[in-house]
Design a protein around this ligand. Sequence first.
Ligand code: HEC
Ligand code: HEC
Length: 496
Amino acid sequence: MKIRSFRNSRQRLFCWALALGLLAAVMSAATVTVYAQSLPPTAVDPGPRPGPQPGNGAGNPIAGLPADQVQFWIDGLILFGETVSVKGTVPNEPLLGLGPAFNGNSCLLCHSQPAIGGSAPPSNPQIGIANLDGATNHIPTFLTANGPTLEVRFLRNADGTVDGGVHDLFTITGRSDAPAGCALKQPDFATALANGNVAFRIPIPTFGEGFVENVTDDAMNANLAAQGVVKAALGIKGRFNHSGNDGTTTRFGWKAQNKSMLMFSGEASNVELGITNELFNNERTNGGCATNATPEDNTHVIIPTGGNAGDDASQISSLIENFTIFMRLNAPAQPCDFFTSGTSCQPLGAAALRGKALFGTVVPPGTGAPNTGIGCVLCHTDQLTTAKSNLTPLSKVNFNPFSDFALHHMGAGLADGISQGQAGIDEFRTAPLWGAGQRVFFMHNGQTSNIVTAIALHASPCTTGQVCSEANAVVAAFNALTPQQQADLVTFLRSL
Ligand code: HEC
Ligand code: HEC
């Protein structure tokens, strides 16, 4: 194999990766010229596959739960789907505590694709709630009917100091259930947009969360350290975000900024819906609009009514505890190869299996092993094991999130200017790929619906003074695959 002019060691690594990719691509390579700038991908994304998932896939409780836990999960699911109004008095909007500012009026609003608990649906329901019940909100231009549901952060405050926080899209001003005198204004999104002061995030599906919560830090660290030589050669590092409170790894959110399902439930209740709760007990904004007693969501000290223990536990528990139980007991998305039959879920067929091998690890030259993969799996870890758990189906089991839950530098192309915990402005948690087959929008800001484009977006040029994307070498190897191999890899991804 003849490799053209290297200029520095980084390019050498880059080309080494290309060479590995090409080894897989061109089994009978005689003389191949490898260019540092490889060709763009050719594969076509077939789009989200239809249909429900096989067995206990996304949208179901984890298989093997006892009946009372399944009942608690069902009760949590119902509350996750229920609509919030300001005082809980509007018909069909039974939950209390909307606003004063909000991005949604139920958890389900943003988490519904392909089932309750999922990610952003194909058409954006946020448009429909802007003026619900008399609310007088303007719809910001970045919110579109066929775009993803969004949450917006501002990079800087008006005085130029660092902001980084979520600015809610809507307020309750004008709603029939808003208190008299409530006149909270929406933020000035037009100016923020014009000044490049915005960063967008889309929802992350909540399937399989109980497994992710219950991996030890030791297991996380060991997984990140594994295959160190191969990772180093490809420029892949990764590090964890940590809790400022107890120092353990945090795993949830696009920057792995959040510790647990309970923490995310508390934060989302207050930030997305405006419901103050036992974790986040103060309103974020007021403007004469916040007149409910706080926290609006409480643990209910009632005498159980008898019957199913799951129902009793749900009724006593706060909303955030119900949301937590629902998400913790959500089954993970299951692989489904829709391509072999075209009509139903089948186990992975030949094309998807070839794609799975290509997704797999890179074997260093000289080890005698076949070079089957291009190394997506070096970040998108295919298997982790849970610790001992009181919930039997979550105890000491393997699961397949396709993520190391670590932060990686993704370069200037994906950088969003936001720091959270130890995560810097271009660092993101490896997005778990379980359920990718049914996702409509990809990447932290939902900028593409095309899974091939999502791969291309991982790469970022390394010009002077900029941090490179840790995924550059792997993406170059993907680009160097044959069209058939790229298509096989996409078939695998759309079968997850
Ligand atoms: C307006 C849309 C919207 C609504 C409503 C919403 N979310 Fe989300 N959700 C998001 C976005 C955006 C993210 C990614 C946030 C981030 O990482 O900064 C997210 C992420 C999450 C995650 C992290 C999942 C993971 O694996 O990392 C959980 C858990 C979650 N939401 C739970 C909830 C709950 C519970 C509710 C209702 C109380 C809710 N969300 C309401 C948009 C929404
Ligand atoms: C260096 C680590 C790394 C490597 C290598 C890597 N990824 Fe990723 N991947 C990430 C990160 C981090 C994100 C989230 C980035 C963002 O949203 O800005 C991501 C996001 C994705 C997404 C979008 C998922 C979503 O929820 O929106 C897909 C699809 C994906 N990767 C596929 C691949 C494939 C296929 C490969 C191999 C060709 C690969 N990745 C290699 C780190 C990596």
